[in-house]
Design a protein around this ligand. Structure first.
Ligand SMILES: Cc1cc2nc3c(=O)[nH]c(=O)nc-3n(C[C@H](O)[C@H](O)[C@H](O)COP(=O)(O)O)c2cc1C
Length: 208
């Protein structure tokens, strides 16, 4: 299996024409780390993430990261000697091929817990070149979506628009079972997972 981490070694100015980089297809199981940006017990975004894990096709394994609330407030002084919870978060990101974030909007912004988690990996770089789907459970959450996309892009992650869907619930409450059993919503969610996995299969490797 190609070493996904190798992409981080590619200097910005090297192109395929230089003969040192090429795309190959990642043939194995695609590992996606899914993160809900809501800590609420009955969260729609957490339900969406749970449903995604259950709807993933056999070639995709979705693990859910549940540690957002345990990450301490970001402090650049601790970046190089990070607390254990941060080390585990970074390792989980390093070990996956793609990330799926489902987040609510609070006061026209990204929830603090999500931004805080991302701040811990700006310098350590686990999201560089990582394909990411930004999904949510509300069509009104446009400010948070745009802000999250901007933050991820400036961190050199690859926001996959095809996989970044809004599952509009029109104010209805729905749990993970509801998503999985809903023909239309589950089809849409499965298609987004497949689009994210397809992006993760295109792996850029460096030929030494
Ligand atoms: C403090 C607070 C602020 C909110 N601000 C916004 C907002 O600016 N725009 C919006 O569309 N929804 C806003 N909402 C609504 C939530 O984003 C919405 O209920 C979301 O679906 C909650 O996600 P969850 O079910 O995963 O917890 C806000 C909710 C809370 C609690």
């Amino acid at each position: 299996m190609p070493n996904l981490g190798a992409r981080r070694n590619i200097p910005q100015n090297i192109s395929k024409a230089d003969g040192v980089c090429t795309f190959v297809k990642h043939a194995g199981t695609i590992r996606i780390l899914a993160i809900s940006g809501s800590l609420r017990r009955a969260s729609s975004n957490s339900a969406l993430v749970e449903a995604a894990a259950r709807l993933a096709p056999g070639t995709v394994k979705i693990s859910i990261y549940r540690g957002l609330a345990e990450l301490p407030a970001f402090n650049p002084d601790l970046d190089d000697d990070a607390p254990e919870t941060v080390i585990r978060f970074r390792a989980a990101l390093q070990a996956c091929d793609a990330v799926l974030i489902s987040s609510p909007e609070y006061a026209h912004g990204v929830p603090g817990v999500v931004k805080n988690a991302l701040d811990w990996v700006v310098r350590s770089g686990e999201l560089i070149d990582k394909p990411i789907a930004i999904i949510n459970a509300s069509a009104r959450a446009t400010h948070a979506w745009a802000s999250l996309a901007e933050t991820l892009r400036v961190m050199s992650a690859r926001v996959i628009l095809d996989a970044s869907i809004t599952v509009s619930l029109d104010g209805k409450r729905i749990d993970a079972n509801g998503f999985v059993e809903h023909a239309e919503l589950s089809t849409e969610l499965r298609r987004a997972i497949e689009a994210l996995a397809a992006a993760a299969r295109d792996v850029l490797i460096v030929l030494q």
